[in-house]
Design a binder for this molecule. Sequence first.
Ligand SMILES: C[S@@+](CC[C@H](N)C(=O)[O-])C[C@H]1O[C@@H](n2cnc3c(N)ncnc32)[C@H](O)[C@@H]1O
Length: 376
Amino acid sequence: MKTELTLHQRTLSLHRFPKRNNETLQAWDAGDEYLINHVEELALAHDQNVLILNDHFGALSCWFSQRHQVTMMSDSFISHQATLANLEQNHCNPITMASTFDPIPKDVDLVLMQLPKSNRHLIWLLTQLRLALPADVPVIAVNKAKEIHTSTLKLFEKYLGATTTSLAWKKHRLVFANANSPKALDVEPFTSWQVEDHDIQLDNLPNVYSGESLDLGARFMLPNLPTGLGNKRVIDLGCGNGVLSVKLAQLNPDITLTCVDESFMATHSAQRNLDKNVPNGTNAKCLTNNCLDGFEAHSADLVVCNPPFHQQQAITDHIAWQMFCDAKHVLSTGGQLLVIGNRHLGYDGKLARLFGKSNVKQVAANKKFVILQATK
Ligand SMILES: C[S@@+](CC[C@H](N)C(=O)[O-])C[C@H]1O[C@@H](n2cnc3c(N)ncnc32)[C@H](O)[C@@H]1O
């Protein structure tokens, strides 16, 4: 797997975060290269204020920090950590880090954007750019050509302004736009809905996983969550909007809850949903983190987990594996990990390897999902 990006006689050494010995996934894509090549051709004056949105692992930040003042905004804690590590590794100039829920910085000269996965997140970013940018500031976005649909360009036109695209290069395309639509549109940051059959109303910030409807796995997990936990220490690992935590706290008012997600918008939404849905409040904190990095061994009695199956654009089960390993580390002896997953993902095999076959049991199953319990 390549870790050296060489362009224009300059080489960057780039890694994903967390850095893994047997990594198979590259830390940049052809979209990063396309953006870099395009901007190099523009021959910008030095010291421009460059806003980089959704840099995946820091390739763009490292590149442009050499000659410009860079602000990197991303909702992903992993992207923040990867960017900081790659900046250090390549002895780059310092940059400013922000989340995509922070205000757009002042005096931006150029915006570069890796297009986000969800249209809701894109709409949020475009509305914020439209409100903050003068019309002459170029916005250049990139994605795989097959992910840039006519509907994507319509969103640019509607929420930002005049939009054109480049030819495709290495299966990627650039989108050029300016903040000059007739009127800045108001977009509510939260999307709110009621969870059917449960006394739960969820508010979801734009980049929250399954932010427009309940995840099917979570739906199956809700009626299978444990009661009678007393004052146990519970972790919701990959909490998203916090739906599992809310239900756990409603069923078990005395538990101590820690909700963890790598999305800043997720942990913000989870905290808000706990505050709104648990009548007498909870003993809960929501933490933006990579899995359970930094958690102490034997510090939890139950970990509940509906794991992710991709990192950025890549489908992978290594984060689920990391979550299971971390859960085993933080659980007290006799503590339990409760996992939901699609049948075909084979989490039973993974948990058996970690916890021992006789310590893993199936709690519930339907055609699509299994819920597994592993005891340490
Ligand atoms: C399948 S979703 C589950 C969300 C929620 N618990 C539910 O059941 O609807 C997985 C969550 O894991 C989060 N996630 C992905 N990678 C992570 C990591 N390295 N550390 C912490 N959370 C992560 C994602 O942001 C996402 O919210």
